[in-house]
Ligand binder design. Structure first.
Ligand SMILES: Nc1nc2c(c(=O)[nH]1)N[C@H]1C(S)=C(S)[C@@H](COP(=O)(O)OP(=O)(O)OC[C@H]3O[C@@H](n4cnc5c(N)ncnc54)[C@H](O)[C@@H]3O)O[C@H]1N2
Ligand code: MOO
Length: 392
């Protein structure tokens, strides 16, 4: 049995960034890391651009200008201005080469084809210079940058339609148990609806992992070996639920051994999730999560999350942790450190009733897990507690 800290450190050091590239259409690249520097194919802006609705001027000594033409956004003509001449111009329109400042329309008095300025303005005022954001051929975004909606917008503004990014892991979710039947079918005595696979699938989707295959096995040793062998050989990450404890029909541990998944740790001193297993085979990381649904999800957020972030090459691998003031009382039984389902809001956190690892109804209301260390036996209202904020 390892401590929570040992388990976290071990998962962190035993999972590696996936180094394979893949080409993605830009609109599907959110959350990926760039596999290479992106060089800008154009200057951005691609021309000197007006930042205001007003007048582009060829400055001269007087405050009066003759308006000789108009340039709207999207226009391609290039009027030639002599000193003392102006063109009506609008935000986003190309500023003629012969204009050297733009004045906002609110700052002039316009009569017929003449404008009068209150005072002179600076050179290049209200003109976005050519290539101000990025120059053609320069690095627009560096290798390793994590793409965000803003990054995607930026690359699109440079005309880029696809990018080379690091691959995301392919993930297998394997559920085990004779008692499991698909929601939608009739429940018979002794059976329960299978909920872990699509719960974990949803957690993965919300973290933007989509390459996921679901497998189901009965409590049958041969079937468990065969399914796990296939899952481990064909995915980067395998999440198994159930069958990892000590019962006569818990075959997962034995099957993982048979298919030569190296055990990195088995059992963590924690509640919920004591029988958590973590192992690896070559570059594939394998988690056998407890079958109890709340324990499986808690382990997902505390450990699997880290492995996913490491595989993606992200710098921050833990979920954010904050210190919050407890608005609940809690007495901890036993000596295992505990993760409590809780609701966090504005620096306060309330623990929910019903912390059993088989219960999801409180998890369904939670947005945080409060960590109660081994040495703490009691939490009182007003005490400060370490709180993990869940990505929900
Ligand atoms: N003698 C001992 N028994 C148990 C121990 C122990 O130390 N000694 N540990 C307990 C703890 S703690 C946990 S957690 C569970 C974990 O057991 P398994 O990981 O082997 O999981 P199962 O027995 O297969 O299932 C546990 C529970 O969860 C339900 N389940 C399983 N899979 C699903 C699913 N896909 N969807 C919904 N519900 C699922 C299953 O029906 C069981 O009720 O072991 C304790 N026992
Ligand atoms: O570890 Mo189990 O998840 O406490 O019930």
């Amino acid at each position: 049995m390892v401590t929570i800290q040992e388990a976290i450190t071990t998962v962190t050091t035993n999972t590696n960034k996936l180094v394979k590239p893949t080409v993605k259409p830009i609109e599907k690249a959110n959350g990926y890391l760039l596999f290479e520097d992106i060089l800008s194919p154009i200057n951005m802006p691609p021309f000197r651009q007006s930042a205001m609705d007003g007048y582009a001027l060829n400055l001269h000594d007087s405050l009066t200008y003759m308006v000789i033409d108009e340039v709207k956004a999207g226009d391609g003509h290039k009027p030639a201005l002599k000193p003392g001449e102006a063109v009506r111009i609008f935000t986003g329109a190309p500023v003629p080469n012969t204009a050297n400042a733009v004045i906002m329309q609110e700052k002039v008095v316009a009569t017929n084809n003449k404008i009068e300025l209150a005072h002179n303005i600076d050179l290049e005022q209200n003109i976005r210079p050519l290539g101000e954001q990025v120059k053609q051929g320069n690095v627009a975004l560096k290798k390793g940058t994590k793409l965000t909606p803003a990054g995607i917008g930026y690359l699109l503004s440079l005309g880029i339609t696809e990018v080379n990014v690091y691959k995301k892991p392919t993930i297998a979710i394997v559920t085990t148990g004779n008692e499991l039947i698909e929601p939608g079918q009739t429940l018979t005595h002794g059976k329960i609806y299978e909920s872990n696979s699509k719960m974990l699938l949803s957690a993965l989707y919300s973290l933007k992992f989509y390459d996921i295959t679901l497998y189901k096995v009965e409590d049958d040793y041969k079937q468990t070996v065969n399914t796990l062998k296939y899952a481990v050989n064909t995915h980067n990450l395998v999440l198994i639920t159930g069958g990892i404890s000590v019962g006569d029909y818990d075959f997962v541990g034995k099957a993982l051994k048979e298919i030569q998944v190296e055990e990195v740790f088995y059992k963590v001193k924690q509640k919920p999730g004591k029988p958590l297993f973590f192992g690896k085979k070559e570059n594939t990381a394998v988690f056998a999560l407890p079958g109890n649904p709340a324990a499986a999800l808690s382990c997902f957020y505390v450990y699997v999350y880290i492995a996913l972030q490491k595989m993606m090459g992200f710098k921050t691998t833990n979920l954010p942790r904050v210190t919050a003031k407890s608005t609940s009382k809690f007495i901890k039984k036993g000596d295992r450190p505990q993760f409590l389902k809780a609701i966090y809001s504005n620096g306060n956190v309330a623990f929910l009733e019903g912390q059993n690892s088989s219960m999801l109804q409180t998890f369904a209301l939670s947005n945080a897990l409060v960590f109660i260390p081994e040495t703490v036996t009691e939490v009182n209202i007003g005490d400060e507690v370490e709180t993990i904020l869940l990505p929900v």
